[in-house]
Write a protein that binds this ligand. Structure first.
Ligand code: NAD
Length: 367
């Protein structure tokens, strides 16, 4: 199968995203450029490594490199201060030099942690992303946001640190549980809802087939190309990049409130997307028909479209709004949301009234 290359244009920090069923082998051949000491330091998700480690190691060795692997238990519990300490400690034990890259092999959690570790290691080492979940391939591995969760909430400590290369091998998705595939699909849908009415219409027409074979490769490439365009325009989220957070202010609040280990990020995003449309309808910004269309597609994909469908609950409206108060987009103490004017037209909506949001969520919880 052919390899698709999506460039991310960021001047001196530009890089390629390689997408396809054989991307691992093609991408590994480029690794020696980032591994001047002939060794490949790899932070690997344990499950992904158990399933695909042999192939990874063969590709790395075929490129003439000696692999050194640190296995990490994937999931949100990886993205902690303790996880950062353990990984950077391992990197220092390997006497890693600033010129060497750290290679992240795993989902968004291992990628976010490893990217942050690379950002702080000796004031900044290079890193390479080899995303092994659909969510990481379509979203988290591209754009340079890295970080960890703190007890106050998701992703509150981190750094902008772009990877030097992203290798999105669709073959590794074969072992991903169906629930995780659906969760990743939520971020593809998000791309369509923010600024890709055509992409969304194509996903709607494809239905479940969008998650299969060549259609999936194309959907990944479309979502990556969309994100690459936005990141190239606004690397540090001073403007348009904030739109990528459609649904995420709600999602992060659910994740902070959920019973530990029960809710996964893409599921929270799915429900958050629907809420971003429905709250926009409440504020008179969005036609109800567009909100219904977004909700119908998310439900048809087997994703939670209502709060009642979300694992990890029950959820409380006031507590959720309390969590939304510590979101990174907020300014001057007021809650900033990304809302939808229509399918394919998201916009920033600062100054959301906490009392109105609480009333809205209370209704949504019993819907
Ligand atoms: N940096 C960004 O721009 C950005 C964007 C979106 C999301 N995120 C973050 O990404 C994280 C979610 O990432 P995720 O959905 O990839 O979750 P994840 O990293 O927890 O991976 C999901 C599960 O799949 C397992 N796994 C990974 N690859 C596998 C494979 N090939 N086969 C079988 N099992 C495999 C993992 O062990 C884990 O249990 C969240 O923390 C979210 O905040 C970051």
């Amino acid at each position: 199968m052919s390899l698709i290359t999506v460039p991310v244009a960021l001047g001196a920090r530009s890089y390629d995203v390689l997408i396809g069923a054989d991307a691992l082998e093609a991408g590994a051949a480029r690794l020696p450029a980032f591994c001047p000491r002939g060794r490949a330091l790899i932070a690997a998700d344990r499950a992904a490594f158990a399933a695909h480690g042999e192939r990874l190691l063969a590709a790395v060795k075929a490129a003439g490199l000696t692999p050194l692997v640190r296995e990490i238990e994937g999931g949100e519990s990886a993205k902690t201060w303790a996880g950062l300490e353990a990984l950077t400690g391992w990197m220092l034990d390997q006497n890693m030099e600033r010129g060497e890259a750290l290679i992240a092999f795993g989902g968004g959690t291992v990628g976010d942690l490893a990217g942050f570790a690379a950002a702080v290691m000796k004031r900044g080492c290079a890193f390479v992303q080899i995303p092994t979940t659909l969510l990481a391939q379509v979203d988290s591995s591209v754009g340079g946001k890295t970080g960890i969760n703190t007890r106050q909430g998701k992703n509150l400590a981190g750094a902008f640190h772009q990877p030097a290369l992203v290798i999105a091998d669709t073959g590794v998705l074969a072992t991903l549980p169906a629930r995780e595939i659906r969760a990743g699909y939520a971020e593809v849908v998000k791309a369509g809802l923010i600024a890709g009415a055509d992409l969304f219409a194509r996903l709607e027409a494809l239905g479940p087939q969008a998650l299969d074979g060549p259609d999936l490769v194309r959907a990944i490439a479309d979502a990556v190309a969309f994100k690459a365009r936005i990141v190239a325009e606004d690397e540090r989220e001073r403007g348009v990049r904030a739109l990528l957070n459609l649904g995420h202010t709600f999602a992060h609040a659910f994740e902070a409130e959920a019973r530990k280990g029960e809710l996964i990020h893409g599921e929270a995003v799915a429900a958050g997307l629907v809420l971003a449309f429905r709250y926009a309808v409440r504020r008179g910004l969005c036609p109800p028909a567009d909100a219904a269309r977004a909700e119908a597609h998310i439900a048809a994909a087997g994703l939670p479209a209502r709060i009642a469908d979300l694992p990890g609950g029950p959820y409380d409206a006031a507590r959720l709004v309390g969590r939304m108060g510590s979101d990174k987009k907020n300014a001057g103490g007021a809650i900033t949301l990304v809302l939808a004017r229509a399918i394919g037209a998201a916009e920033l909506a600062p100054g959301a009234d906490p009392a109105d949001l609480t009333a809205f969520l209370a209704q949504e919880i019993v819907r």
